[in-house]
Design a protein. Sequence first.
Length: 118
Amino acid sequence: MKRIIFSLAIIIFLLDVYVFQAKAREFSKQFNETFTNTKEVTLFCGDVDQVAYYMGYHFNLLPISFGEGYDIFEGKREAVFFAASSDLTTIAIMVFNDKNELCVSSISMKHKLYNRSE
């Protein structure tokens, strides 16, 4: 009896893996047919010191964290900065590119802090 249950469990597991892989292949095919020109959007790039000064002076941004990101569209690793204002109303994501330039890929402004006690 234990052998039958064990065999059925293995068969169900293998069928599940086969069906999951088929669905993954179908999704990959649909994704590639739907999005033919995917790329990362960059707002602007420039000299590291100038862009950092501009973002700090005009938006009051300070670097919060630094890490390494992976661009899936181009298959390369990038150094990524996350910056925010002291009151967290403005946040930005900045990336180093291959040309040793600092690129601003996203900036979001006028956030409001939510007070849960109200």
